[in-house]
Design a protein around this ligand. Structure first.
Ligand code: ATP
Length: 131
């Protein structure tokens, strides 16, 4: 089975580094599946799960936006924040979700609403990745 090297990197350091059979991400243009040998490209990412098919099973990494750079033998995902399913603190994500929901109920100014929406989206994404 052909594989491609996937690196997920954040400002805090590398989060994931493995040879996988396939990687799929949530690009701003929609779901994007990448197989070994894919043509070079760069695309912006949404908050979402990166799915990695490795040795026949799927691993998940939560990413909070960023970019994917594809080359035929290597995929680099540059993210503002990223966590593997095992490293997600569920209690923290649940607390962040509840905090964001409270802020959204208070209906203050637009900037705070947008920040709360993004925080809620990140928290829900992390919780989904742990399921
Ligand atoms: P919080 O309000 O809990 O800090 P957040 O969405 O504002 O959540 P970020 O700014 O996206 O947090 O991330 C800050 C750092 O904390 C990053 O390194 C990120 O990987 C890490 N992080 C955030 N939430 C979690 C979590 N639930 N489990 C593990 N690491 C987390």
């Amino acid at each position: 089975m052909k594989t491609v090297l996937v690196n997920v990197v954040t400002p805090d350091g590398p989060v994931y580094d493995a040879q996988v059979e396939m990687v799929s991400v949530k690009a701003q243009s929609g779901e994007l599946g990448v197989l070994p040998g894919h043509i070079p490209m760069v695309a912006p990412l949404e908050i979402g799960a990166v799915r990695l098919l490795k040795d026949g099973s799927t691993e998940l990494v939560a990413v909070s936006g960023g970019f994917i750079e594809v080359r035929p033998d290597k995929v680099t995902i540059l993210a503002q924040a990223a966590e593997t399913a095992e490293s997600i603190d569920v209690t923290r994500a649940q607390a962040a979700k509840e905090r964001a929901e409270q802020r959204l109920k208070q209906q203050t100014d637009d900037i705070d609403m947008k920040r709360a929406e993004l925080a809620l989206h990140r928290a829900i994404n992390r919780l989904n990745v742990t399921k």
